[in-house]
Structure formats: structure tokens, C-alpha cells
Design a protein around this ligand. Structure first.
Ligand SMILES: NC(=O)c1ccc[n+]([C@@H]2O[C@H](COP(=O)([O-])OP(=O)(O)OC[C@H]3O[C@@H](n4cnc5c(N)ncnc54)[C@H](OP(=O)(O)O)[C@@H]3O)[C@@H](O)[C@H]2O)c1
Length: 260
């Protein structure tokens, strides 16, 4: 290994680490899964649809990475608990937990009923809370851990009927700060990545309208909307040793959207 490779590897290599990525079979989560696996981690991906899970894992294992999938529904507390146990049984207890699974139901505020509220909170907020309780204390005991939540600009501003979604993401950033407060003294950092508008299946309706897409791109500083792969570098950084002194932070990966 030449000296720059050794240096970079000392900072960023995830060799020997185990990661669990929820929602790792699509969009941002899938890009993050690939990045962590290519940086050396063994990664377990959790989502519902088996075909997407299998395709994600197949792509990585055929590239020489170690990855596995668990099909589970994070929309119920029992589902979260079952998926967590199944995932931890594959490569062992995770050192890195990424909460990317999320849903965005967008009824107008007056039509946001209790079902929308409960379903949104279950996947976007309760699952990360329960997974944090399940894995955070073990990471603290072992003296190393990385928890990365994926929130949204809607944690900070209303945007296209944010409704319950924005509330869940705002609360998730608060959860991250409380988890950081609890576990950072023991080597477990907790941060959130905050996307702007990213072209993924989550916002298919909006991203299939070329005028809206162009208008959103114009609101960034970089002149384009986000792509899932824009999250790869930030995820590896937050999962690695290099970020040991970064905790409780919301890091915007949005082409400057939030500051324009
Ligand atoms: N795209 C954007 O512009 C944008 C902007 C801000 C924030 N975000 C956030 O970024 C994260 C990833 O979004 P994305 O755009 O990559 O979305 P995506 O492509 O729709 O991926 C969502 C992932 O979550 C999984 N998931 C959804 N509900 C689940 C459940 N009940 N149980 C288990 N897994 C579930 C999905 O798999 P299954 O459907 O197979 O379960 C899928 O793997 C989300 O938290 C989202 O809120 C996205």
C-alpha cells in the first residue's frame, strides 16, 4: 500500500465493521449501502420488498463485497424488533446503523388523519428510536459506534405538504441529538444527513414533472438536484474513524438548497 492509501485507509476504512442499513434497497439507502460495503464493512440491508433487496445484495457480492438482506416491515414495533434480531444474527451486532427507510404520504394538512400520522411516525421515527435502543447501548459498551439518520429539509421548513412527514423528520433530528448526548462519551457518534430534493422513487410524482424539477434545481447553488450517490462520501465519513469528533450534527447534503 502506498503512503496516501495507508493514510486514507487509516481515516476512512470500514474493514472489520458491521453495518445495518434500513431502506438500503432503494434510493439514498442503496447508495449508502454500496458505499459502506465498498469501504470494507459487512452490510445487512433491511426493507420489505425481497426482489429489490436481493438485487442490491447481488450487485455488491458480485463486486466482492460482503452483504446480506433481511426482509422486514419497520411499520410496526414487532416488525422492527424481529428485523433487528434477524439482522444482528447475520454478521453480528452492528457497529454502524443507518436509518434510511422512510415514507412520505402527502395528503393536505386538513386530510392528514390518524392513520397517516401513525404510519408515518412508525417508519420514520419509531423505528430509528427502537433500533437505537436495541443497538446503541452495545456500541457504547464496545467503545465504538456510528448512528446515521437520514432526515429531510422538511425538518427545517415546510415543503409540498410536509404534514406528518416534516414532523417526523424534525423529531428525528431531536432524537439524534439526544442519542448523541447519551452515547458520545462512549465512542458512539450520532448524526443526521439532511437531503434536499433527490431524484429517487420516493418522490416519483414530483420528479416526473420536468418544470418542477428544473425549478427545484435552480433553487440550489450547484444548479442541479441531488442524486443518491451524492450521499456516498458523507456516509463513509460519518461511519468512519475520521468523524470521531462530529456528533449531534445535522449535515446538509443538498447542493446549497437550504442556504440559498
Ligand atoms: N428523495 C428525496 O428527495 C429525499 C429528500 C429528503 C429526505 N429523504 C429521506 O431519505 C430517505 C431515503 O429516501 P429515498 O428517497 O431513498 O426513498 P426510496 O427510494 O423510496 O427508499 C425508501 C426505502 O425505505 C424502505 N421502506 C419503506 N417503508 C418501509 C417499511 N415499512 N419497512 C421497511 N422498509 C421500508 C423501502 O423499501 P420497501 O418499500 O421494499 O420496504 C426503500 O428501501 C428517507 O428517509 C427519506 O425520507 C429523501
Amino acid at each position: 500500500m502506498n503512503s496516501s492509501h495507508a493514510y486514507l485507509s487509516g481515516l476512512f476504512s470500514l474493514d472489520g465493521r458491521v453495518a445495518l442499513v434500513t431502506g438500503g434497497s432503494s434510493g439514498i439507502g442503496r447508495a449508502v449501502t454500496g458505499a459502506l460495503a465498498r469501504a470494507g464493512a459487512r452490510v445487512v440491508v433491511v426493507a420489505r420488498r425481497q426482489r429489490e433487496l436481493a438485487a442490491t445484495v447481488e450487485e455488491l457480492t458480485s463486486a466482492g463485497c460482503r452483504a446480506a438482506w433481511v426482509s422486514g416491515d419497520l411499520g410496526s414495533r414487532d416488525g422492527v424488533r424481529a428485523a433487528a434480531e434477524e439482522a444482528a444474527a447475520v454478521f453480528g451486532e452492528p457497529d454502524i446503523l443507518v436509518n434510511s427507510a422512510g415514507i412520505n404520504l402527502r395528503p393536505p394538512m386538513a386530510e392528514t388523519d390518524e392513520d397517516v400520522w401513525d404510519t408515518t411516525m412508525a417508519v420514520n421515527l419509531e423505528a430509528p428510536f427502537l433500533l437505537g435502543r436495541r443497538f446503541g447501548p452495545g456500541m457504547a459498551e464496545r467503545g465504538f459506534g456510528r448512528i446515521i439518520h437520514i432526515t429531510s429539509q422538511q425538518a427545517h421548513r415546510a415543503f409540498v405538504q410536509s404534514g406528518a412527514y416534516g414532523v417526523s423528520k424534525g423529531a428525528l433530528e431531536s432524537l439524534a441529538r439526544s442519542q448523541a448526548e447519551a452515547w458520545s462519551p462512549y465512542g458512539v457518534t450520532v448524526n443526521t444527513l439532511v437531503p434536499g430534493f433527490v431524484m429517487t422513487p420516493l418522490n416519483q410524482r414530483l420528479s416526473s414533472d420536468p418544470e418542477r424539477v428544473a425549478a427545484l434545481a435552480a433553487r440550489t447553488m450547484t444548479g442541479r438536484n441531488g442524486l443518491a450517490e451524492d450521499f456516498e462520501g458523507a456516509a463513509v465519513f460519518l461511519a468512519s474513524r475520521a468523524s470521531a469528533y462530529v456528533t449531534g450534527q445535522s449535515i446538509f447534503v443538498d447542493g446549497g438548497f437550504s442556504v440559498h
